[in-house]
Design a protein around this ligand. Structure first.
Ligand SMILES: NC(=O)c1ccc[n+]([C@@H]2O[C@H](COP(=O)([O-])OP(=O)(O)OC[C@H]3O[C@@H](n4cnc5c(N)ncnc54)[C@H](OP(=O)(O)O)[C@@H]3O)[C@@H](O)[C@H]2O)c1
Length: 398
């Protein structure tokens, strides 16, 4: 039986991971749970999965959490704050830590888990994108596994099993195309938050759903693929595949192409990250190619979706630039979700912040450099937005 700790247990990745654990109690058990602020769901999860330790990041929610599970015997260790989440990540006998926290908030807990010798089932792509210069050497140093749980990277990882060293020639990431794939570019000027949150194929958290609508998610995945599989950016391509049946492909040196297929269900990559290298028999809906129907493909539209090129450029700039891109994106998406900026402002904000950072980019950033770059980029986006607000107030006063 594998002992698992789950960070971000109350989110989309978290609840789907717990669905797997509840279906296969003889294979997996939960050691630790951590979430952001959702007391009610975390308390219900503690009641059902009986972890040894749990944490809630928002400190003022701890009393409510304690009260919600006061009748449980034995009581788990209950912690709060970022330090509490980090303690859960490194705690006890968990063999694998599933990183389902959204955003760069996952970076320090992931580092703590690696330093404690845990394998990482990586859903939280922002951690690797921002922190790879620090995370990858630590993975090497502590001899732990970094197992992709993102569906595209799991597909690539699955295709790579049995491919000899040097056999990989090209990675082809598939993209659903997000909420606006069939919208005319002129209509993007009128996008609402509700529009951006309607993903055609996947049900996910709000941030990644907006990232899918801007196609920044695919750009982030290009950088993630570069770090996970050591492929240079010239050999990582994106293709739009609206049906989301092929989860990604690899091309080998002899031009043979391998793909991994399945319904759009995140439990499959999560299960493989947890069971690797084994395969667990499931009773989940089997793929029916006739039902799936036509599988179609088209070129990504870089005019309509500038975020992909911004991500390639940041990836190639390396150093702390991917951290800056990621933080600017996180902050811009948060402002968009709060209806403070427009959908089309998201790539504009990111581009201007990355342009301003270029000169300061150091080749081998430390963790402190990365954390500082992340903070700087968020601040820059906030300042730019304040200036925009001031300007529009002045215009409306005139
Ligand atoms: N959802 C998918 O299908 C999918 C697919 C591929 C990759 N991913 C990646 O997986 C990650 C999670 O995505 P998601 O869709 O599951 O997001 P989500 O539904 O928004 O869930 C985010 C989770 O993180 C928790 N959280 C937020 N800040 C935290 C903090 N500082 N400390 C501890 N926990 C914190 C939230 O807790 P509260 O709810 O309590 O606030 C929640 O449990 C993202 O990096 C995303 O890119 C997701």
């Amino acid at each position: 039986m594998k002992a698992i700790t789950l960070l971000g247990s109350t989110g989309s990745i978290g609840t789907q991971t717990l669905d797997i654990v509840s279906q296969y109690p003889e294979q997996f058990r939960i050691v630790g749970l951590a979430s952001g602020r959702n007391v009610e769901l975390l308390a219900a999860q503690i009641r059902q999965f009986r972890p040894s330790i749990a944490a809630i990041c928002e400190e003022d929610k701890l009393p409510a959490l304690k009260e919600a599970i006061a009748d449980l015997d034995p009581q788990p260790i209950l912690l709060a704050g970022e330090a509490g989440v980090i303690e859960v990540a490194r705690y006890g006998e968990a063999q694998t830590v599933v990183t389902g926290i959204v955003g760069c908030a996952g970076l320090l807990p992931t580092i703590a888990a690696i330093e404690a010798g845990k394998d990482i089932a990586l859903a939280n792509k922002e951690t690797l994108i921002a922190g790879a210069p620090v995370v990858l050497p630590l993975i090497e140093k502590h001899q732990v596994k970094l197992l992709p749980a993102d569906s595209e990277h799991s597909a690539i990882f699955q295709c790579l099993q049995g491919v000899p060293k040097g056999g990989l020639r090209r990675i082809l990431l598939t993209a659903s195309g997000g909420a606006f794939r069939d919208w005319d570019v002129a209509k993007l000027a009128y996008v609402t938050v509700a529009d951006a949150l309607k993903h055609p194929n996947w049900s996910m958290g709000r941030k990644i759903t907006v990232d899918s609508a801007t196609l920044m998610n695919k750009g982030l995945e290009v950088i993630e693929a570069h770090f996970l599989f050591g492929m240079d950016y010239e050999h990582i391509d994106i293709v739009i595949h609206p049906q989301s049946i092929i989860h990604s492909l690899i091309e080998l040196q002899d031009t043979s192409v391998l793909a991994q297929l399945g319904w759009a269900d995140m439990r499959l990559p999560l299960l493989y990250a947890l069971s690797f290298p084994d395969r667990i028999h499931t009773d989940w809906q089997q793929l029916d190619l006739v039902k799936a129907g036509n599988l179609t493909f088209r070129e990504p539209d870089h005019q309509k979706y500038p975020c992909m090129k911004l991500a390639y450029a940041a990836g190639k700039a390396a150093g702390s630039m991917p951290a800056v891109l990621n933080a600017a994106n996180e902050q811009a998406v948060a402002l968009f979700l709060d209806e403070k900026i427009h959908f089309l402002d998201i790539p504009r904000c990111i581009e201007s912040v990355c342009d301003r950072f270029s000169a300061d980019n150091s080749a081998n950033p430390s963790l402190d450099d990365i954390v500082a770059a992340d903070k700087w980029a968020r601040q820059e986006v906030l300042m730019a937005t304040e200036n925009l607000e001031k300007r529009s107030r002045i215009i409306s006063l005139r």
